[in-house]
Design a binder for this molecule. Structure first.
Ligand SMILES: Nc1ncnc2c1ncn2[C@@H]1O[C@H](COP(=O)(O)OP(=O)(O)OP(=O)(O)O)[C@@H](O)[C@H]1O
Ligand SMILES: [Mg+2]
Length: 287
């Protein structure tokens, strides 16, 4: 098992004493250390980022336990294991990357984690340059991370995580702030990493097209509890997506129209517009 939540609650303290916000309620969730591509979705404020921050012990549960590989995280701070190995194995790209960047230059920022995890300076620099190239940010390596655009900051933060090769990747809205082509490239990059290495990827997104194209499992949060945990096809076949403040992926809206109004019978195992076009070509060739 990679990550396992047992009866986890999380409360945030309020301004006044005895006042608090319930952000997570009775979460039970098992995530394999390999081969999962999980999308966490749900309305704004439903608890997605809070849930993800428990997955590498950035936050402690108020009640319950979170097991992360061999370490068990409990509500009591001083009972928790040394977190370095958890952080090495589970890499986290924050929702707001500007909180994550802090060094003088992008290069130093990307090198920081590998150095911290025991890479030599030469190894860290080589790795930083390699991932920068992968993300197409080699030209900004000597700039200050604070003088970047939102999209560049996001890529720098992603590079900082890929640089030390964690086993599980946590991505809180990784495509936020990127232009459409940049967003597609980044998703393809994560998908290829997942395919080639079998690394488990857990991503939070509001983009149902991304969910439908890439996820192998969808976890839906609704007002702090898990309301659905299963495959993406079933989520969108019933009204469940609607009840959870989600919209249908574009490809499925189009398929519904083709099936209901134009007499086609295209199934929901069609994950992108390109897939749909291929299926329509087949139909017109056979008809
Ligand atoms: N630092 C904090 N202090 C107090 N309450 C917080 C804090 N962070 C989040 N909350 C509250 O906890 C709940 C869950 O917030 P969270 O950020 O996990 O939601 P989210 O699903 O990630 O939302 P979004 O889609 O907008 O990013 C919300 O009610 C939010 O107001
Ligand atoms: Mg969030």
């Amino acid at each position: 098992m990679g990550i396992s939540f047992k009866n986890v609650d999380h409360y945030y303290p309020g301004v006044k004493r005895k006042e608090y916000t319930i952000a997570l309620e009775n979460i039970n969730l098992d995530i394999n250390e390999k081969n999962e591509f999980i999308a966490i979705v749900g309305k704004t404020g439903s608890g997605k980022s809070t849930l993800m921050q428990h997955m590498n012990a950035l936050m402690l549960p108020t009640k319950g336990t979170v097991q992360i590989f061999d370490d068990i995280i409990t509500p009591k701070k001083n009972k928790n294991p040394k977190l370095k190995s958890v952080r090495k194995r589970v890499g986290f790209v924050f929702q707001f990357p500007e909180y994550q960047l802090f060094e003088e230059t992008v290069l130093k920022d990307i090198m920081f984690a590998p150095l911290n995890f025991g890479f030599t300076k030469e190894e860290a620099e080589a790795k930083a340059k390699e991932v920068a190239k992968l993300l197409g940010i080699e030209k900004i390596l000597n700039k200050s991370p604070f003088n970047l655009s939102g999209g560049q900051m996001r890529k720098a933060a992603i590079a900082g995580i890929l640089s030390y090769d964690p086993d599980i990747l946590l991505l809180d809205e990784p495509t936020r702030g990127l232009d459409p082509k940049g967003a597609k490239d980044i998703m393809e990059l994560f998908y290829n990493i997942h395919k080639q290495t079998g690394k488990t990827i857990i991503l939070i997104t509001h983009d149902m097209d991304i969910v439908y194209q890439y996820a192998t499992r969808v976890v839906v949060l609704n007002e702090s509890y898990i309301n659905y945990d299963g495959n993406k096809e079933d989520l969108f076949k019933t009204n469940l997506y609607n009840e959870n403040h989600l919209v249908k992926p574009n490809v499925l809206q189009l398929i519904d129209y083709l099936n209901e109004k134009l007499g086609y019978s295209i199934d929901y195992n069609t994950y992108t517009l390109e897939d749909l076009i291929e299926k329509l070509k087949e139909v017109s060739n056979n008809g």
